[in-house]
Design a protein around this ligand. Structure first.
Ligand SMILES: [Zn+2]
Ligand SMILES: [Zn+2]
Length: 314
């Protein structure tokens, strides 16, 4: 009996030692500290990087990213990370400025570097006179920034992420490659489902709280009409009336409500039509309503359901 006890004791000690080792490997000092912008990038980096990365978004939960400006303290915090992933200098001018402050080529990565310029949608035309109006709350990108909603582009971004992690941490190349390949399979599945719902479409136009789905619309062959434009500016009275008329004319049954866009104006439009509110997650930021462990794939699943309702009058 005594022997059994001492054997158990040894076994316990060995187990404890093993656990101790494991936790020291997982210490945050050994992980790549990564900053990025919108949620799909964070989710994809986490899925490819697994245990070897700690990823944060530069955006606070629930904000409107179109009016986000980092404080100096924010920028310094981001500069201390190992890698900062963002779409690109032309697509995201706030991040371009952060990258400029970091000023280290091996620490800042533009995810859209392999995307052909012709595949990017034009930025919004502005009605107001920019010479006269000095202060602007919205940015003036040359391109529609919402590229992360297009599965094809996300596949390209995922490859840039994988290659960069391998470059920084060659020891885990096999794991990163395996995780990347699994993610690509999931994105292909998302693409397949979107192609399926579009086949039966009864509506040409999807109505949404702001113009965030331009790339989805282009890729799968429908139109978007946002209550607000792609910079989420306040719509004018005539914009609102036009939209009410268009929804009534098309007999659309759905308006997509986004998680981080105020509902006040959208509610007015909805109440003047027969459309109902259906949630769409533009994934720019999470909100407090989102589960902590939610993934890009989870949110796209909900979005595909919602787009199906909008396109097929469900
Ligand atoms: Zn402007
Ligand atoms: Zn937006």
């Amino acid at each position: 009996m005594k022997k059994l006890f001492s054997l158990l004791l040894i076994a316990t000690l060995v187990l404890m030692a093993a656990c101790g080792n494991k936790s020291s490997v997982k210490e945050s000092g050994d992980k790549l500290q990564i900053y990025t912008t919108v949620f799909p990038f964070k989710s994809m980096i986490e899925q490819i990087g697994g245990d070897h990365v700690t990823v944060s978004s530069i955006y606070p939960n629930g904000i409107d990213i179109h009016t986000y400006e980092p404080t100096q303290k924010d920028t310094m915090r981001i500069a201390k990370s190992d890698i900062f992933f963002y779409t690109g200098d032309e697509l995201d001018q706030v991040s371009a400025k952060i990258a400029q402050v970091i000023n280290k080529k091996d620490k800042t990565v533009q995810l859209a570097k392999d995307i052909d310029d012709n595949d990017l949608l034009a930025g919004e035309e502005h009605d107001h006179d920019h010479e006269a109006e000095h202060e602007h709350e919205h940015d003036h990108g040359a391109h529609d920034p919402h590229v992360w909603l297009d599965p094809e582009m996300n596949k390209s971004f995922a490859k840039v992420i994988k290659d960069e992690l391998v470059k920084k941490d060659k020891a885990h190349e096999k794991e990163y490659t395996k995780n990347y390949e699994k993610l690509v399979k999931d994105i292909d599945e998302i693409d397949k489902q979107l192609k399926t719902i579009i086949k039966t479409k009864k509506q040409d136009t999807v109505f949404i709280s702001h113009d965030s789905i331009g790339y989805l619309a282009k890729r799968y062959g429908f139109k978007q009409e946002g209550v607000s434009g792609m910079n989420n500016e306040e719509p004018s009275q005539s914009d609102i009336i036009n939209m009410i008329n268009n929804i009534n004319k098309s007999k659309a049954t759905v308006i997509l409500y986004e998680q981080n866009i105020p509902t006040k104006t959208v509610d007015i439009i909805k109440d003047k039509t027969n459309a109902t509110a259906v949630p769409f997650h533009n994934m720019a930021v999470l909100t407090d309503k989102d589960k902590k462990d939610v993934t890009y794939q989870d949110l796209m699943k909900i979005n595909i359901d919602s787009l199906d309702k909008a396109l097929n009058n469900k």
